[in-house]
Design a protein around this ligand. Structure first.
Ligand code: HXC
Length: 257
C-alpha cells in the first residue's frame, strides 16, 4: 500500500515503519496517524516482520509531536476524537504480539514521546531530546502520555516533565529508564542488533510474555501472577515449546519456525 506520510518496508525479518514528514519534523497530522495505524495493522499480520522498528525520517526528529497546526482551531469534540485516534493507534503497538522498538534520532516530543512510550523498547542517539512540552501550548499530553510515562519512570519524574516541559537529553533519559540504550549516532543499527537477537528466539513465547507483562501491569499483583500461569500453560500448546526444550536436551540450537 502506498502511503503519503509513512513508509512501511521489511528486510531480514524486521518490519520498518518510518514516519516521513521531515519538513515538519515528522509531526503527526491526522493523515499520518491514520496511515501509521494502517501500517501497524500491516506489520502485525506480516510474517516477514518478526520485530517492528519505528523511526523518523530526516535525521532531526523521531516525531516532534502531534501536528500543532492541525490542532490550532479544533473544537473540544474534535480534540477528543484526535486524542482517541492517537490513543487507539498507539494501543495497537501495545496489543501487537510482536516486539516494537522505537529508534529515536533527535526530537521525540509530545505525541512523539508518547509514540516511543507505547513501544516495547526505546533506543536513542546521543543528540536526542525527549519531552512532553504540551503545557507550553495550553494543553497536556493526550496520546496516553499521562498514563504511560508515570508507569515507566514513576510519577515524580513524570510530573516534573509534565509541568516543566523540559526536554530530557538522551543520557538523562537512559538514567531515568526512559530509554534502554543511548548510542553515539546510529540508533537504527542498535535497534537492528536487538531485533536480530530477538529473532533467534521463540516468537510465540515472546508474544505470550509480552501479553503477560502488559495485562499483568493492569492487574492486582496476585491476579497478575495467576494470569502468568494461565499464559505459561498456553506456551505448552506450542510447537516452539517442544522444539526449544528438545533442542536444549539434544545440545543443539533450537530451530523455531
Ligand atoms: C507542527 C511542527 C511541529 C509540530 C515542528 N514543526 N514541530 N509542525 N507540529 N509538533 C515544524 C515547525 O513549525 C517548522 O515548520 C519545522 O517543523 C521545523 O521546526 P523548527 O521549529 O523551525 O525547528 P527548530 O527551531 O530546530 O525547533 C525544533 C523543535 C520545535 C524544538 C522540535 O520545532 C518545537 O518546539 N516543536 C514543537 C514541539 C511540541 O510542542 N510538541 C508537542 C506538540 S502537542 P516551518 O514550516 O516553519 O519550517 C502534542 C499533543 C499530543 O504532541 C496529544 C494530542 C491529542
Amino acid at each position: 500500500m502506498a502511503f503519503n506520510t509513512i513508509i512501511y518496508e521489511t528486510n531480514n525479518g524486521i518490519g520498518y515503519i518510518t514516519i516521513n514528514r521531515p519538513k515538519a519534523l515528522n509531526a503527526l497530522s491526522e493523515e499520518a496517524l491514520t496511515e501509521l495505524s494502517e501500517a501497524l495493522d500491516m506489520a502485525a499480520k506480516d510474517d516477514d516482520a518478526k520485530v517492528v522498528i519505528i523511526t523518523g525520517a530526516g535525521g532531526r526528529a523521531f516525531v516532534a509531536g502531534a501536528d500543532i497546526s492541525a490542532m490550532q482551531h479544533m473544537t473540544a469534540v474534535e480534540a477528543y476524537d484526535y486524542a482517541r485516534l492517537g490513543q487507539t493507534t498507539y494501543n495497537k503497538i501495545q496489543d501487537m504480539p510482536k516486539i516494537v522498538i522505537a529508534a529515536i534520532d533527535g526530537f521525540a516530543l509530545g505525541g512523539g514521546c508518547e509514540l516511543a512510550l507505547a513501544c516495547d523498547i526505546r533506543v536513542a542517539s546521543a543528540k536526542s531530546q525527549i519531552g512532553i512540552p504540551e503545557v507550553t501550548l495550553g494543553v497536556f499530553p493526550g496520546f496516553a502520555g499521562t498514563q504511560r510515562l508515570p508507569r515507566l519512570v514513576g510519577t515524580g519524574i513524570a510530573k516534573e516533565m509534565l509541568a516543566t516541559a523540559r526536554k530530557v537529553h538522551a543520557d538523562e533519559a537512559k538514567e531515568i529508564g526512559l530509554v534502554n540504550y543511548v548510542v553515539d549516532e546510529n540508533p537504527l543499527a542498535k535497534a537492528e542488533e536487538l531485533a536480530a537477537q530477538i529473532c533467534k528466539n521463540s516468537m510465540s513465547a515472546i508474544a505470550l510474555g509480552k501479553k503477560a507483562m502488559n495485562e499483568g501491569m493492569e492487574m492486582e499483583l496476585k491476579k497478575g501472577i495467576e494470569h502468568e500461569a494461565s499464559l505459561f500453560a498456553v506456551a505448552f500448546t506450542t510447537e516452539d515449546q517442544r522444539e526449544g526444550m528438545t533442542a536444549f536436551l539434544e545440545k543443539r540450537p533450537a530451530n523455531f519456525k
